[in-house]
Design a protein around this ligand. Structure first.
Ligand code: G3I
Length: 374
């Protein structure tokens, strides 16, 4: 069985606390030698604590998706990515089309760079994603129509083993299956369902456990945040998988929100999955709005970010809160939702927005009353 995430969380908390021993309280696991009078030096000017600093003592990882191209060219981007976050997810670099563009010829370069960045900065990595219907390699979609079920199964199994073994020991949580449900709550009519039937989901988790027994294995989807047909269907499936002994450890709530829609009952939905003895996580948080942003819309964005983090903090088994990129300049939103954007914590010039302050405030209040800590 994989180690319980709290152990990894604690290790990370100690590392961050150690580096901040002079400015933080509540890090008693790192003994600080008492200075003798002649070694006393003036106190350093307290620096503003980051998201990761504030989240560490309460056992929570704060993550971000990373755009590899921007990581390679922007020092400012790297600095924020390292300074604010204690976990990273590859926005695209670990997807099948990125790692196996030609059948049997792997290109791990971008994903390896991200893992190295994470290790240099004491960050954990969420692996995203192994079984999806999008961003499949061209060679696979080209032959999909003529593939037999046996050949499809062999290709999928090989993909899971090859990718997980490449990163073995380096990934904290893997999104093993992503977006298997459509918006109505039916299993999505994709290549995997068509060729392999619904058992592809259980098989994927079993293969994943064999490939890297120490990684936490997640099901990840959007709109699970809202009560309704889709979250009910996912709940029913995951309850059945657990009952059947399928090795699933957690459920990822993507949490792509929009100020035009209602407020999700996220805490309630996360709690019911957690009650199945699963970890839960917010994995792709952002809050988009129609452009240009009005003051009212920004207030709504601030409120939605705050509520989303508060929901995670209220569910004991919520182990991480990840934003889907931290800056409006690299956000996926404008390409997908025409006329919308401004979904992130920083603007396109990498200047912080009130949304960042809101998350810092929620964490600060939680550190003052650390209800997650035992
Ligand atoms: O790599 C090609 C590049 O060669 C080409 O020149 C360029 C021209 O358009 O396209 C590049 O591919 C793009 C890729 O991102 C990498 O930048 C694709 O067109 C584009 O569709 C793709 O979008 C990604 C999207 O997933 C694909 O569905 C977004 O960046 C990424 O943020 C988004 O992430 C998903 C999560 O994985 C799952 N949950 C939803 C989330 C948002 O859609």
């Amino acid at each position: 069985m994989p180690p319980h995430p709290s152990r990894l969380l604690l290790a990370g908390a100690v590392a961050v606390c150690a580096s901040l021993a002079l400015v933080m309280t509540g890090c008693s696991s790192t003994p600080t030698p008492k200075p003798t009078p002649h070694t006393l030096t003036p106190s350093p000017t307290p620096t503003a604590l980051s998201l990761r600093d504030l989240a560490a003592p309460i056992g929570l990882r704060i993550g971000t998706a990373i755009n590899n191209d921007t990581l390679a060219r922007s020092t400012a981007y790297r600095s924020i990515a390292a300074g604010q976050f204690s976990s990273v997810t590859a926005e695209n670099a670990m997807k099948w089309s990125a790692v196996e563009p030609v059948q049997g010829k792997y290109n791990w370069a971008a994903a390896d760079e991200l893992v190295a960045f994470a290790q240099q900065n004491d960050q954990l990595v969420r692996g995203h994603t192994l079984v999806w219907y999008k961003q499949l390699p061209g060679w696979l979609t080209a032959q999909a129509a003529t593939l037999t079920p046996d050949a499809t199964r062999a290709i999928l199994k090989k993909h899971i083993f090859d990718e997980m073994k490449h990163f073995k020991g380096e990934i904290w949580q893997w999104d093993v299956v992503n977006e298997a449900f459509d918006d109505k709550g039916n299993l999505r009519d994709n290549l995997w369902l068509q060729k392999l039937g619904p058992d592809y989901i259980a098989d994927a988790f079993r293969w994943a456990r064999d490939a890297d027994p120490d990684a936490l294995l997640f099901y990840n989807d959007y709109d699970l945040e809202f009560s309704g047909a889709k979250s009910n269907a996912a709940y029913a499936l995951i309850k059945k998988l657990k009952g059947d002994g399928v090795p699933i450890d957690g459920v990822g709530f993507q949490t792509h929100l929009d100020t035009r829609y209602g407020v999700p009952d996220l805490q309630k939905n996360m709690q019911r999955f957690a009650d199945l003895h699963l970890d839960v996580a917010e994995t792709e948080v952002d809050v988009r709005t129609p452009l240009p942003v009005t003051p009212e819309a920004q207030a709504a964005q601030v409120a939605e970010y705050s509520r989303s983090l508060q929901a995670c903090l209220a569910v004991r088994r919520c182990v991480s809160f990840t934003v889907w990129g931290f800056d409006d300049g690299t956000s996926w939103v404008p390409n997908t939702f025409k006329g919308e954007g401004a979904a992130d914590l920083y603007n396109a010039d990498l200047q912080p927005k009130p949304q960042l302050d809101a998350l810092l405030k929620v964490l600060k209040e939680s550190s003052d009353a650390p209800h997650r800590a035992d």
